[in-house]
Design a protein around this ligand. Structure first.
Ligand code: TYD
Ligand code: MG
Length: 491
């Protein structure tokens, strides 16, 4: 008789212990240990295991011929942008996101478009009944697409059914947490089950050449719930993000074995499903607060695509011993660094002020190029000096206070010109890459001090000692005209 080996498995990270404890020592989470029967992980009885001989397989050379059409575009340009040009045959993707963010909607749309293009596409829902999935498709106006639906949760049944007939091009499993396999005895949703189910599905994908998309739930702190191990097993991990209150949804690749990880796909949730947003800058700048202090437009890059976005800062006198620093959409360490540089090199005293920083539209910025725009927004708020509404900013700030060049200057400038901006404030050394074809007035800054002085000089109130000492020429000019395409607010 095989002895059943019960053990306690952390539902967050998958670490196993042989007795219960309150805190997982591996990931530090509390109350995540649950009793699971892990014998299943190696269910083959010892007798059978020892008898089994290794099967001979062929070894191949690197130059062999592979099956053609390695990628199948989904028909949604924004989705293809993130996957790297379409789904790779035999690959497995994991899409994570908060409940209600629109994962099922996105995948219903993608599967329908692929089905319309003539591919065999299967949508397995473990959470919703077939009728509910149909209802959604009807709402999206996609009920005519020949997607094959099922509401199933047994991995063995799914694999057996899908092995029949033509190999499906795309299989959606919504969600991996609802799947279970006979090979292990734990309850569905536990780490052991999710891992074993994912393994079985991945094996099927590799063997058959079908692409599988696994939907994964996300916990409060943004991790894909349960096993981080699934993230290591799949070929690509995408996260579908957005503020619940806002209509934008951003699809981001966290890991991608077959494509880039810095591209984002932007969607807008409408009454008729997700609409692709091919020009995100327009969306992020659509409700701009023109002419108020503390906002600067950053000309950023998301992968190969320039994205203009508004950065907002509020610098207000603090009543606390330790001033508050609150950041949404940017790295808080980066903000601390910019504040320290302002303080150390530009004489801007911020220790008596609370600083709030926000990236408009729910976008998350990872680029160091946002430093200059962030600094401009901060100084503008502190000095109560609105920045010119037709200017964009970009540049990296070094700890010495110098403004360093960033990549893709001309792409950023072109996008700004396209959206009606008239000038750009950029690193001095980047002027050479600008190309001059964008038609923008370029104001270059070599050091942060120059920028601070320029902004302070525009201040509405006479500024305090916090302005930079170098009060020389203005690079940004005084005209305060809004780009034609935006309505002007109070200026
Ligand atoms: P859903 O795709 O079910 O989310 P998930 O699978 O990530 O949990 O989307 C649910 C939300 O999307 C729901 O709050 C309603 C909204 N929605 C729309 O606004 N328009 C639509 O056309 C659809 C289908 C959903
Ligand atoms: Mg869903």
């Amino acid at each position: 008789m095989a002895k059943s080996s019960l053990s306690f498995v952390c539902q967050n990270c998958g670490a196993a212990y042989n007795r219960w404890q309150g805190k997982c020592e591996s990931c530090g989470e509390w109350n995540t240990l649950a009793e699971e029967d892990t014998t299943g992980a190696t269910t083959i009885p010892v007798s059978a295991r020892s008898k089994r001989k290794g099967r001979l397989f062929n070894l191949e050379s690197l130059t062999g011929k592979s099956a053609d059409a390695p990628r199948i575009p989904s028909g949604m340009a924004e989705l293809d942008r993130v996957t790297g040009g379409g789904f790779v045959r035999g690959s497995v993707l994991l899409i994570g996101g908060d409940p209600g963010i629109g994962k099922s909607t996105l995948l219903t749309q993608a599967t329908s478009l692929m089905a319309r293009a003539g591919h065999r596409v299967v949508y397995i829902s473990g959470e919703e009944a077939v009728a509910q999935v149909r209802l959604r498709a009807e709402r999206l106006g996609l009920s005519d697409a020949s997607v094959q639906l099922a509401s199933e949760t047994s991995v063995e049944d799914i694999v057996a059914t899908l092995s029949e007939g033509a190999v499906p091009r795309l299989i959606v499993i919504d969600s991996i947490q609802t799947m279970w396999t006979d090979t292990v005895e734990s309850a569905p949703g536990t780490v052991t089950q999710v891992r074993a189910s994912a393994q079985a599905l991945i094996r099927f994908a590799k063997k058959s050449g079908a692409t599988i998309i696994l939907v994964g739930h996300v916990t409060k702190d943004g991790q894909i719930a349960g096993p981080r191990v699934v993230e290591h097993m799949v070929d690509a991990v995408m996260s579908f993000e957005g503020e619940g209150s806002q209509q934008f949804r951003i699809l981001r690749a966290v890991k991608n074995r077959f494509g880039p990880t810095d591209e984002i796909g932007v969607f807008e949730m409408t009454g008729l499903g997700l609409r692709e947003v091919s020009n995100p800058s327009e969306l992020f700048l659509s409700d701009r607060d023109l002419g108020s202090p503390g906002t600067a437009v950053f000309a950023g890059m998301e992968g190969t695509r320039p994205v203009l976005v508004e950065l907002q800062a509020l610098v207000a006198p603090t009543t606390l011993g330790t001033p508050r620093r609150a950041v949404v959409g940017w790295d808080s360490n980066r903000l601390s660094m910019v504040l320290a540089v302002l303080e150390a090199h530009c004489g801007v005293k911020l220790s008596g002020y609370d600083v709030y920083f926000n990236v408009a539209g729910g976008l998350r910025i990872n680029e160091p190029a946002a430093d200059l725009a962030a600094a401009a927004a901060l100084v503008s708020s502190l000095c109560n000096a609105p920045l010119p509404t037709d200017a964009v900013y970009f540049g990296e700030i070094s700890l010495s206070g110098a403004v360093r060049p960033v990549a893709q200057t001309s792409a950023r400038l072109k996008e700004a010109a396209k959206l009606g901006f008239a000038r750009a404030v950029l690193p001095e050394s980047a002027r050479g890459d600008a190309g001059g074809d964008a038609g923008l007035t370029l104001g270059s800054v070599g050091g942060l001090t120059t920028l601070v002085a320029d902004i302070a000089a525009r201040g509405v109130k006479p500024t305090r000692e916090n302005a930079g000492r170098d009060n020389s020429k203005s690079t940004a000019g005084d005209k305060n005209t809004a780009p034609a395409r935006f309505k002007r607010g109070e200026g």
